[in-house]
Design a protein around this ligand. Structure first.
Ligand SMILES: N[C@@H](CCC(=O)N[C@@H](CS)C(=O)NCC(=O)O)C(=O)O
Length: 295
């Protein structure tokens, strides 16, 4: 069978979207709905993306107000390309009267540190004893934990029709995106499968990489420490917990994902296994004790 190029499928979707666009729904992190333009930083997300949760958590924690504009995968590129990016999270900020796009979650964490006033900085100073270690761990989790956790979670999700439909139905995205994705579900699945290279072999390889990252984190925590680096919560803890969230499914993420009970048995079994590790329990504990509650 001839393979459908993802880019052509994307192009087709763009045409359909262009004809059916409605106003993106925006939600501020203090819980106020807003459909009017605002000067607050604008966080473009795929709401159930763990990299987006990483950015949201940092902005919430440092007390930076923002509006979230959520889109579904693939359909998000219309919003991100319009401001010079591609992936989510993407934060559009006002930089001395000029609009500037932060196109990577690490940059968004650093912005949260610079712009926020609540609590302590997520990144200790680079020249401090622990500064370099936090930055290196954050980088490692971005590179090795995030992509493999996503691939494993999608491997289960793409085979779980009821959960996939429920996830799409409750996502706070523009109504036309939801309708389009639900009516073209086989195409959406195909694009995700191709785009993220999802297969049983790929999932098995990702599981091995994830076990390596979890083993490292386990070893760090073996001396009974509360946080990965030093004696307080940093970007290393936040990044590990957020990027591990598709594996351990913390209850705090249910508002963007789904309750664990909504998923089929294979995924629930996998979650139980990750939660049973020291690193998995640590990720759950970080959500419990360090994720500032938002309304
Ligand atoms: N290194 C990036 C990775 C972000 C990422 O992979 N985002 C995914 C969602 S989980 C995405 O938007 N993928 C779609 C795309 O790249 O167009 C970051 O830290 O922000």
């Amino acid at each position: 069978m001839r393979k459908l190029p993802v880019t052509a499928a994307e192009g087709l979707l763009e045409l359909v979207i262009g004809a059916t666009m409605d106003t993106p729904r925006r939600l501020t992190n203090d819980g106020v709905h807003s459909d009017t333009p605002t000067m607050l930083p604008r966080l473009i997300t795929i709401p159930f993306s763990h990299y987006c949760e990483k950015a949201r958590w940092a902005l919430d924690r440092r007390g930076v107000a923002f509006v979230e504009e959520a889109h579904l995968p693939v359909l998000h590129t219309r919003a991100t390309r319009a401001v010079g990016g591609r992936s989510t999270p993407l934060l559009v900020i006002d930089d001395g009267g000029q609009q500037r796009s932060l196109t990577d979650s690490t940059d968004i964490l650093r912005y949260a540190d610079a712009a926020g006033t609540r609590g302590e900085r997520l990144f200790p100073p680079a020249d401090s004893v622990v500064g370099g270690e936090v930055a290196a761990l954050e980088d490692r989790f971005d590179e090795f934990l995030g992509p493999h956790a996503r691939r494993l979670a999608y491997f289960f999700l793409l085979d779980d029709g009821p959960a996939m439909r429920q996830l799409l139905k409750r996502a706070a995205v523009p109504a036309f995106e939801r309708a389009l994705a639900l009516s073209a579900l086989p195409l959406v699945k195909l694009m995700l499968r191709r785009g993220l290279k999802i297969s049983a072999d790929g999932a098995a390889r990702s599981r091995v990489r994830l076990e390596e990252v979890f083993a490292d984190v386990d070893a760090r925590l073996a001396d009974g420490r509360r946080f990965l680096v030093g004696d307080r919560f940093t970007a290393a803890d936040l990044s590990f917990a957020a990027l591990a969230s598709p594996l351990v499914m913390p209850p705090a993420c249910e508002r963007y994902l789904l309750p664990l009970t909504a998923f089929g048995e294979p995924f629930r079994r996998s979650v139980d296994q990750w939660r049973a590790t020291r690193a998995g329990a640590f990720a759950m504990a970080m959500f419990d004790s360090e994720r500032t509650a938002t309304p």
